[in-house]
Design a protein around this ligand. Structure first.
Ligand code: COA
Length: 374
């Protein structure tokens, strides 16, 4: 019989600084006013459109987001800068992406009572890697004192669930017994803070999930009942930043080299795809509708989550059935469903079933069905 993989623990790192919608909109509207003043003649001549201001009411209604944590609040809010600054460090120092990944990992290891020496592998699974190589996962591995191996993987907002399945497969195959899946997300570096349609969407955070062989897991853990991954190519969420593309400093704020999306299309196409995938997988695993005590969905948007949860439950889901962390964290890409799981799972009882589910660019979607033990 193959070795059974379980989730032993999770960890979280939340940056201390946070930006409210009011602060964000004030900075954005100052940028709009300055831009429109600078181009007043061209706007009056009809040669270019005036930029429109953003609004707190729109952001809350369209997304459910009220605030977001960031690694550099002053840089993001300065209308002349509008991006995080000074994140590059000398090669001798721990890179910031590794640093926040290490903090989340230490939290997960402590919660499982696990010594880093017992961990075999580190997967850094996230949307926005800081560099091509050496892998950030290897830097995290080194900082934690883990032997074995590590590598980076990117499936955008679905990276964590793809990482959990990868870790579970290593354990089933006997290639590792304890694997850290780390998702450090500095989304503020790829968000176009000057784009009215999307400037409010993202926040920074790091999560870690410790996936282990059942026979070494702590008494209280989560059985992995099944996992399912899916990808379908789409250009509706895209970021062209990369070193074969034009990324010299003069062009680093090109909208094309930052996050862009067709939000309405994403909404319309991803909701049915994810709901159908969850229901099909529940059927395959003999989990009838009503058998899910809680679902921890990707945190993109409250309206999207409400619709998906409604299809999974067959009724309007309560905050208890489908908790959100969007109000304080915003969309944190691959980390979102793990934050929801981390913050809203302690109260479940042994035998309760749940689902960690992600979706996003690619398109990509991942399901991890779990059952509480102990
Ligand atoms: N402040 C005020 N008004 C704004 C605004 C802002 N910041 N941004 C857009 N608007 C206006 C638009 O100009 C538009 O006005 P109009 O109707 O007069 O043309 C109106 O609000 C609606 O804009 P729209 O972009 O169609 O909004 P929406 O209701 O579709 O919500 C998203 C936008 C992004 C929140 C929504 O499409 C969504 O949730 N998509 C899911 C995708 C997602 O979250 N992806 C993240 C990666 S997984």
């Amino acid at each position: 019989m193959s070795i059974r993989p379980v989730i032993s623990s999770t960890g979280l790192h939340t940056p201390t600084e946070s930006i409210s919608n009011a602060e964000l909109v004030e900075s954005f509207n100052a940028y709009v006013a300055a831009h429109n003043a600078e181009h007043a003649a061209a706007i009056a001549a009809g040669e270019r459109p005036a930029l429109e201001p953003s609004s707190v009411e729109f952001i809350e209604k369209a997304s459910g987001i009220k605030a977001r944590h960031v690694v550099d609040k002053a840089g993001v809010l300065d209308p002349a800068v509008m991006r995080p600054r000074n994140l590059e460090r000398p090669n001798e120092e721990l890179a910031i992406l590794a640093e926040i990944g290490v903090t989340a990992s230490r939290d997960a290891l402590a919660r499982a009572g696990r010594d880093p020496g017992d961990v075999d592998a580190v997967l850094c699974a996230c949307s926005n890697l800081q560099r091509p190589y050496p892998a950030v996962a290897v830097e995290i591995q080194d900082a934690l004192g883990i032997e074995g191996f590590g590598f980076d993987m990117n499936v955008a907002c679905s990276s964590a669930t793809f990482g959990i399945q990868t870790a579970a497969d290593y354990i089933r195959a006997g290639n590792a017994r304890s694997v850290l899946v780390v998702s450090p997300e500095i989304t503020s570096g790829h968000l176009n803070w000057r784009d009215r349609d999307s400037h409010f969407i993202f926040g920074d955070v790091a999560t870690a999930v410790l996936v282990e062989a059942a026979d070494m897991a702590p008494a209280s853990h989560w059985d992995i009942l099944g996992t399912k991954l899916k990808t379908v190519f789409s250009n509706n969420i895209r970021n062209n930043f990369g070193f074969l593309n034009r990324t010299d400093p003069e062009h680093r704020d090109d909208p094309d080299k930052l996050f862009i999306q067709e939000g309405r299309k994403v909404f319309k196409e991803v909701v049915p795809m994810v709901a159908a995938m969850i229901l099909a997988e529940m059927e395959r695993l003999n989990l009838p509708q009503g058998s899910m005590r809680r679902i921890w969905l990707h945190q993109a948007n409250t309206n999207m989550n409400r619709l998906i949860a409604q299809r999974v439950y067959g009724h309007e889901a309560s905050e208890d059935e489908s908790p959100t962390v969007l109000d304080t964290y915003a969309n944190t890409s691959s980390a979102g469903s793990v934050i929801a799981f981390h913050k809203h799972s302690d109260d479940l009882s042994a035998g309760d079933n749940g689902l960690i589910c992600s979706f996003g660019a690619g398109y990509s979607a991942g399901c991890v069905f779990v059952r509480k033990v102990g």
